[in-house]
Design a protein around this ligand. Structure first.
Ligand SMILES: [Zn+2]
Length: 320
């Protein structure tokens, strides 16, 4: 029988699950809603358990499940809890691993989604063979996973590496965390939308984005506009890259990474975001770090990054 693990990627709207072998083959996967009408995590776990049992039944008897990895916003590696996640329905501290252990008596580990992405990148993606790197996930918010000497940095309480909430402007944009001017309010899919709206308000430049209402605007539409030469979209990418690059220059001083990977929705913009990020990072780096740190797109296929990260987390754990 072949040993497999399950990777679970919990997002605000959808939870993705997949069965993954040691070599990183995603044998089966599925997406379910994270939201339940009663906002109760136990209801969600009932549904999740049903889906996991179904998926294991479907792949047949040739596999043996040996562990489960979970990536979740504000996931705590040490306690297995999801704590005060602003984008999830479950409030307060949710003992997710303990609750899931009622259904599965095998090793289960949990961490935040960006840390999981870092482990996925290290085992299956572009960070293979690297011991020091940072991964930045640019989705609704900005997540970061920091790997030093081959290990994810968790810090003393399990929450190290929240670069999304380092301060960019002391009295800047309001953030979901309750503070102001955090990096993710500028650098994320949501952040660049806010920038586009600000630029549209401030300039007379014609732009195809003018007719789009805020809720309909997506990072993808901004990329599409930039491809067509839309000046507001191009300026928004430049501004976003400038802020990200200058803050990454600070991050380099802490851990001296070999590479910084950009992944998630906004990273799909490719060079529109990578070029200014690299440019402004170099401009702000201490000379001893200059021209040594690569800015790279994720080496993993984006539709299953979350699953592969969570699977990487548990494989990494089982190897210890
Ligand atoms: Zn914040």
């Amino acid at each position: 029988m072949k040993s497999v693990v399950i990777g679970i990627d919990i997002g605000g709207t959808f939870t993705k699950l997949g069965v993954v072998d040691k070599e990183g083959n995603n044998i089966a996967s599925k997406s379910i809603s994270t939201q339940t009408t009663d906002n109760n995590v136990n209801t969600f776990l009932e549904i999740l358990n049903g889906e996991l049992k179904k998926i294991l039944h479907e792949i047949g008897s040739g596999y043996r499940l040996i562990g489960i990895g979970v990536g979740a916003p504000n996931g705590n590696y040490y306690s297995g809890t999801i704590e005060f996640a602003p984008n999830l329905q479950w409030k307060g501290v949710v003992p997710f691993v303990d609750l899931l252990k009622k259904y599965f008596n095998i090793p289960i580990v949990l961490t935040n989604d960006a840390n999981a992405a870092a482990l996925g990148e290290m085992l299956y993606g572009g960070a293979k063979g690297m011991k020091d790197f940072i991964i930045i996930t640019l989705g609704t918010g900005l997540g970061s996973g920091i790997v030093v000497n081959g290990q994810v940095v968790y810090g003393h309480d399990g929450f190290a590496g929240e670069l999304g909430h380092i301060n960019v402007r002391p009295d800047g944009r309001e953030c979901g965390c309750g503070r102001k001017g955090c990096l993710e309010t500028y650098v994320s899919a949501t952040g660049i939308k806010r920038t586009v709206y600000k630029f549209l308000a401030d300039s007379l430049e014609p732009s195809s984005l003018k007719g789009v209402c805020f809720n309909d605007l997506s990072a993808n539409m901004i990329t599409e506009a930039a491809i067509k030469g839309d000046k507001v979209a191009l300026a928004a990418f430049e501004y976003t890259g400038e802020i990200l690059g200058s803050k990454l220059a600070d991050a380099v001083a802490y851990t001296s990474p070999e590479a910084i990977f950009l992944c998630g929705g906004l990273a799909q913009a490719g060079d529109f975001i990578i070029r200014p990020t690299k440019l402004y990072m170099e401009m702000n780096l201490l000379p001893i770090y200059m021209n040594k740190v690569k800015i790279l797109p994720s080496g993993m296929k984006d539709n299953n990054v979350g699953i592969m990260g969570a699977a990487g987390l548990i494989w990494h754990e089982l190897e210890k």
